[in-house]
Write a protein that binds this ligand. Sequence first.
Ligand SMILES: [Zn+2]
Length: 174
Amino acid sequence: MVFEIRKYGDDVLKQIAKEVELSEINDEFRKFLDDMVETMYETDGIGLAAPQVGVSKRVFVCEDGSGKIRKIINPVIESLTEETQEFEEGCLSVPGIYKKVERPKKVMLKYLNENGEAVEEIAEELLAVVVQHENDHLNGILFVEKISPMAKRLIAKKLANMKKETKRIMEENE
Ligand SMILES: [Zn+2]
């Protein structure tokens, strides 16, 4: 099943998502994760966080560029270096906008997998970008809030219009 992507201006994208309880990780939950992966592929994304499909839980799925998929529950991310990298990011919830974001180059990623097992791994390069971008979604933060002041000014009108359009569609669907 492919979910509808929530767009900029939808309040669910601004909420702090809730931790997943171990008891919630069952077949139904795994089906939800599979649907998120399907949605990510259908929309040509390399990462998708649960709030983007209207579910305010600390979960995201991602792909690291090699085809390996990760289903990540209750992530904790710690920076392992002072060194940063700049990467042009985009977001399924903010369509048509691509801007450079500076983030730590190497991070420790701790999470539960779809079987509820604890996983720890070091993420670098593209994977580091993706997991930090997706983790931000769980804290109600979008990449457009982390770009330079100049870039922010350039897209301010586009974002305002996007928000208006999202609110209009939401009202229509009520
Ligand atoms: Zn995003």
